[in-house]
Design a protein around this ligand. Sequence first.
Ligand SMILES: Nc1ncnc2c1ncn2[C@@H]1O[C@H](COP(=O)(O)OP(=O)(O)O)[C@@H](O)[C@H]1O
Ligand SMILES: [Mg+2]
Length: 248
Amino acid sequence: MPSYFVTGTDTGAGKTYATCVLLHYARAQGLTAAGIKAVAAGTDARGRNEDVEAIRAASCPALPDDLLNPYCFTPPIAPHIAAREAGTVIRFARIREALRQAERRADCVLVEGAGGFRIPLGPEGDSADLAVVLGCPVILVVGMRLGAINHALLTAEAIAARGLALAGWIANAIDPTMSRPEENFTTLETLIPAPCLGRIPHASSADPANAALQTTIFLATAPGGKRIHEGKDEAARSAPSCDIKRYE
Ligand SMILES: Nc1ncnc2c1ncn2[C@@H]1O[C@H](COP(=O)(O)OP(=O)(O)O)[C@@H](O)[C@H]1O
Ligand SMILES: [Mg+2]
């Protein structure tokens, strides 16, 4: 089961949310699943970053902090600027090492990038360069809203241009007021040169554990990949709720 690099059509597309949904899926399949937030920017008064905490909560086993989140910066700004201001260089080898160590602890490891696919990370390159160094197939989270088709197609092109495998894409219903969601979905299905791995509905509670039960996910199509979950599975469907403790 390969690891995956999770990218998105933009910041706010739902990368963290989809990562958490996928982690819950993998765990529901009896796998151990852990997420990594490679580079985070923006912390609260206690020095905690929202994405890191969401991924920690969805992971089992939870990784130690240095693997879970190799780089974290205080201000909620572009990471290459935050790194420069902190006098830090984001080293891709350190993130790759975190991934390798995580892979020894969990069956399934998902690495969430920062922002969109071409977000700069510093002297070693951008998020796309990081994905190349990590060498994982990519999952593209499409935040379903006006403008997403263009962002999705450009991102798919950028992934292919680097010789990376696009394992597939996920339609995340980020905007419940989006017009013509089905037509947009069909257009994306036709134009993205990779399968749709799942559709995540808009959830009023924004609880990824519950969303995991309403989503159909396939991770079968990446080279060497295998199906980790099928949301239409009867057992999953009939489960009264997705209690995180069930998977601990
Ligand atoms: N399917 C969804 N239903 C409801 N809220 C969502 C959904 N996907 C994302 N969100 C919310 O939208 C915001 C942005 O999502 P997030 O996963 O943080 O995006 P990204 O990681 O790409 O920046 C978060 O507040 C998240 O809880
Ligand atoms: Mg995020």
